[in-house]
Ligand binder design. Sequence first.
Ligand code: PRP
Ligand code: MN
Ligand code: MG
Length: 180
Amino acid sequence: MNKDISKIYFSAEDIKVKITEMAKELDAVYEGEEVLFVGVLKGSLPFFVDLARCVSFPVMFDFICASSYGSSTHSSGTLKITKDLSTSVEGKNVLVVEDILDSGNTLFNLFAHLSKQNPKSLKLCCLLDKPSRRERDIKADFTGFTIPDEFVVGYGLDYAERYRELPYIGILKSEVYENR
Ligand code: PRP
Ligand code: MN
Ligand code: MG
């Protein structure tokens, strides 16, 4: 285990089992139709590729790099897109794939942006959900694990751009962020 991690929250095996379950749910909804997976960079990457390899319908890949300045003090919250999609979503089944739904600001604004472009369907799939932190009225259509408000890293989730490569999701030791 990485020396900065105090506890493994979800092991690589736990994640694998969960993704298999989620893929079955997705298979039942899309029934063999083609789906455009939209990954929100960078945190969604490990989940995105593992999920895409587990489903039984055809998948197209695209990515968007976006973050939101929305916070409790800025209720409007504008979306800043630093890398946009390279294909059109019009007429497609679009599944936004995310590592975590936290305040909901990023995804709320991203959904407003994508729904204007007339996708055939638009749904949200998140590996983790922290409902206690929500500031926006947004729910995932597919959720892996619901977690309390703990600082988790790994499997795409970072702290200061580190720990994304860990194959598990763990709790970061508090001294790591207190010593900076
Ligand atoms: C994190 C996470 C989600 C978003 C969730 O991304 O990966 O995309 O925040 O937060 P929210 O619900 O409060 O909007 P981050 O902006 O840290 O970028 P990253 O994916 O590159 O780490
Ligand atoms: Mn992210
Ligand atoms: Mg991050």
